[in-house]
Design a protein around this ligand. Sequence first.
Ligand code: ADP
Ligand code: ASP
Ligand code: MG
Length: 439
Amino acid sequence: MRVMKFGGTSVGNPQRIEEVGRLVSDSTPKIVVLSAMSGTTNDLVAYSEYLYKKDHSKAKLLLESMRNKYYQVADELFQSEEYRSHSHRMIDSHFDNLDEFNRDMFTQHEEKTTLAKGEMISTALMTYHLQEKGITCALLPALNFMRIDKDQEPDNYYIRENLQREISQYPGINLFITQGFICRNAFGEIDNLKRGGSDYTASIIGAAIEAEEIQIWTDIDGFHNNDPRFVKKTSRIDELSFNEAAELAYFGAKILHPTSVRPAQDKNIPVRLKNTLDPDSPGTLITGKVTGTGIKAVAAKDGITAIRIKSDRMLLAFGFLRKVFEIFESHRTSIDMIATSEVSVSMTIDQTDRMNEIVSDLENYGTVEVVPDQTIICVVGDMIGESRGMAVQALEALRQIPVRMISYGSSNNNISLLIKGSDKIEALNSLSNHLFQGR
Ligand code: ADP
Ligand code: ASP
Ligand code: MG
């Protein structure tokens, strides 16, 4: 069995939905994971913001324009009156439900239900479309098997057992459709795997069914060696190792959700990135194998805050770092980068909701400085530590840009550099010119 995940653009209009229908309807057994149609989750986020602000008229306008857009999609996608009215009823049931939130109290609970609607609608549309074409398939509701625990981690045992049970209800069926992104939490409430989370769904499902391959279909021909949103000349990488891909995804390569590599890596399942707009292109293959040496790619993660704590008490003191780390642990905030000197330690975090508490706890141990709006540039490749001059090349490329922190040598495949957010585009372009000329 394989898993095929299609992102928002891949199901972004009726033609694209038909194209995905063609791509999935051969006889190989598969679970197809779909995102919401592009733009929908952003709209649902905007809708939630209006409701939190009690801006009922703007909320209503947005909702009705979304509802009309979906009617149009349905009218174009379906040939028969039967399927058109069937899909209009499905669309109405979701939008009527959303409309109720505009009249009642709106809390985090309703917000999570709101955000889930995009995937519910896209999967229903795809299932009807395949059925109208006479292709046998079944819709597996993700809320019946996808679950995170109280630490927000996938509850793998629950997922495996419940997914198997769902599948076993359809003997002889080879094509299953399910929602990416959405899940239930430890309390059984509707929740999600964070923005871009459909990749994570695909990987978790792939691991649960021990799939032969997990395919992530998107709007670009694979993993590129730099961020195509900010750098003009980038090129596709044929193969990456799990570690390289995980590092790049975690440090900002939007093509993969930050934690989506790990479930596949745990079960050694190949992940293939493919382009829906050019299905014959080979894409990028991510496996346990390390190929090539040298720097392969760079990525950038925005919204980073640097925290430095300076203390004479650190000098020759045992257990100072443990105390510092415990503060972050107690506030459930993870540290991305760290650098130490005799009397100070600098760290970066990307989650700032507990910032004030963290700073006030750290102040018990020394002087604390907080610098927001930083970016981590992550340079990834194989054996960076051992290849001659790799770090020098990366630093040489950033000669004109002030670097606040460097992390190098903790693994064989990564150098991380902390710069000001406003220097990011220049840094990515300069790295591209220095490292990937001619590629
Ligand atoms: P989907 O909706 O299919 O999940 P995303 O927008 O989440 O698609 O991810 C694909 C986009 O990721 C590409 O269009 C590209 O702009 C962006 N991207 C950022 N970094 C990279 C990279 N290193 N390689 C390829 N694409 C990247
Ligand atoms: N629809 C969700 C989002 O836009 C999940 C995804 O597309 O992966 O974030
Ligand atoms: Mg995505």
